[in-house]
Design a protein around this ligand. Structure first.
Ligand code: HEC
Ligand code: HEC
Length: 396
């Protein structure tokens, strides 16, 4: 793989112009996104190094068509698609000492998968855990793979725009106290997080690196642990063959940048219907949805009509996610962008971070905490007003 990419990169150098370089980089990035990675052979360190633990072999296994997809189950309720993952952490976001931060459902030869996922009446649960119960303080919660469209536009929004929207002490007294999720960049500076359901990555490249490490078990310059998400108390997994070392990650920074460039160029989904829903959009604003789902953010490359403030909000008991990440409460979530909602509804994929809601009504009723006021006003709408609100949401 390295050699083949070396040739491709040499081709870029020959092609010369910056435009051609950009196009070539995105083409390779797309191929890498779709590529099925393979485990490292035990005799050599020269190849990919998938695993030792992983959830899928390719980015595209969970992000098919770059859309949010429904979760597939078999007749007994076991989850058979890869796109719903189970996260573990204690109350402060620290990973489980054995299972790490995510339940990996596959392993290379000689390393047992950590377990499987199934639904019971409480939602997604772990099954067949290979190392027994997690540590006593460990909580778990599921996350659904989102659509990957328009992410470059979200990256365009300057940190200062988001900081200006935040109101952590609720000084304007509207019951909404969104805050920026700060993430430390490799150069030590603090950046405003904006990717992932918990806004825990500040850059698209950072999110790509997190995906390689956690979902595929491949190391990158920003996530150099060659064993990915093997917990500290899983020695056989940490000792299994892998394709890199702390100094020489399995995936180079160049490859990360090419996937980033590919994803950054994917435009947001086009609106399903023209914006002639002025009246229903005014309902959306009047009942307080737009306080978090801010219709447009400004950026140097034009407004970003994503219907989000990209801030973290306490969504109450109703949306306590179990597992969390350092610096973010289990009940806090990034305001979900609503662009592309029509495609999610059409695909039958669930709404909210774990896909638990199957209808717009269900998703809105789950809004607690800072979203509680808007929910109360929604519940007070008459039938026709609600239908107009749904028509507007379905036009996004
Ligand atoms: C096993 C399934 C799975 C695989 C494989 C996977 N992802 Fe994801 N992806 C997810 C889930 C689940 C999330 C949501 C994570 C979160 O918010 O905590 C996500 C989120 C993302 C996001 C953030 C999107 C947003 O709206 O902020 C990006 C970007 C991304 N993935 C890229 C990738 C890339 C690149 C790869 C391959 C290197 C990849 N993913 C492989 C499941 C997967
Ligand atoms: C306090 C901020 C806030 C307010 C007010 C708010 N939302 Fe949300 N909304 C969120 C957050 C945060 C999420 C993500 C929650 C999760 O995934 O668990 C979300 C998720 C959603 C989703 C699911 C999106 C997806 O990608 O699955 C829909 C639909 C939605 N909101 C609609 C509304 C509507 C309609 C209103 C007004 C009645 C509203 N919201 C008011 C913060 C808010």
């Amino acid at each position: 793989m390295r050699a083949a990419l070396g040739l491709a990169l040499a081709g870029i150098a020959l092609a010369g112009s910056a435009v051609a370089e950009g196009r070539m980089s995105r083409t390779i990035g797309k191929a890498l996104f779709e590529r099925a990675w393979v485990p490292a052979p035990s005799s050599t360190r020269a190849n990919d190094g998938l695993g030792p633990l992983f959830n899928a072999r390719a980015c595209i296994s969970c992000h098919a068509g770059l859309e949010r997809m429904p979760v597939a189950t078999d007749a007994s309720g076991k989850i058979v698609s890869d796109n719903l993952v189970l996260r573990f952490s204690d109350g402060a976001g620290r990973p489980d000492p054995v299972y790490g931060s995510q339940l990996q459902t596959a392993g290379v030869p000689g390393v047992a998968p950590e377990g499987r996922l199934a639904f019971d009446e409480t939602g997604p649960i772990p099954l067949a855990l290979a190392h027994g119960a997690p540590a006593s303080g460990t909580r778990y919660g599921a996350r659904l793979a989102p659509a990957l469209r328009g992410l470059g536009r979200l990256e365009d929004v300057p940190d200062a725009v988001l900081t200006a929207l935040a109101d952590p002490a609720d000084e304007n007294g509207d019951g909404i106290s969104g805050r920026v999720g700060l993430v430390r960049a490799p150069d030590g500076t603090q950046r405003v997080g904006r990717f992932g359901w918990k806004a825990s990555a500040a850059s698209l490249a950072g999110m790509v690196e997190a995906a390689f490490s956690t979902d595929l078990g491949l190391s990158t310059p920003g996530r150099p642990a060659p064993w990915g998400d093997c917990g500290e108390r899983q020695p056989e997994c940490r000792a299994a063959p892998h394709g890199g070392s702390w100094n020489e990650p399995e995936i180079t920074g160049e490859l990360v940048a090419m996937i980033r460039d590919y994803l950054a160029a994917v435009p947001p989904s086009a609106r399903a219907a023209p914006a002639d829903h002025a009246r229903s959009e005014s309902t959306f604003a009047r009942i307080g949805c737009a306080a978090c789902h801010v219709p447009a953010l400004s950026s140097p490359r034009g407004t970003v009509e994503a219907y989000t403030d990209l801030l973290l909000h306490d969504m109450g008991e109703e949306l306590d996610g179990g597992a969390t990440e350092p610096g973010v409460e289990a009940r806090e979530w990034r305001t979900a962008p609503l662009w592309g909602l029509s495609r999610i509804l059409a695909s039958g994929a669930g709404l909210l971070h774990d896909g638990r809601a199957t209808t717009l009504d269900g998703a809105i009723r789950a809004h607690g905490g800072e979203g509680g006021h808007a929910r109360a006003r929604y519940l007070a709408l008459d039938h026709d007003e609600r239908e107009r609100l749904f028509a507007f949401l379905s036009s996004l």
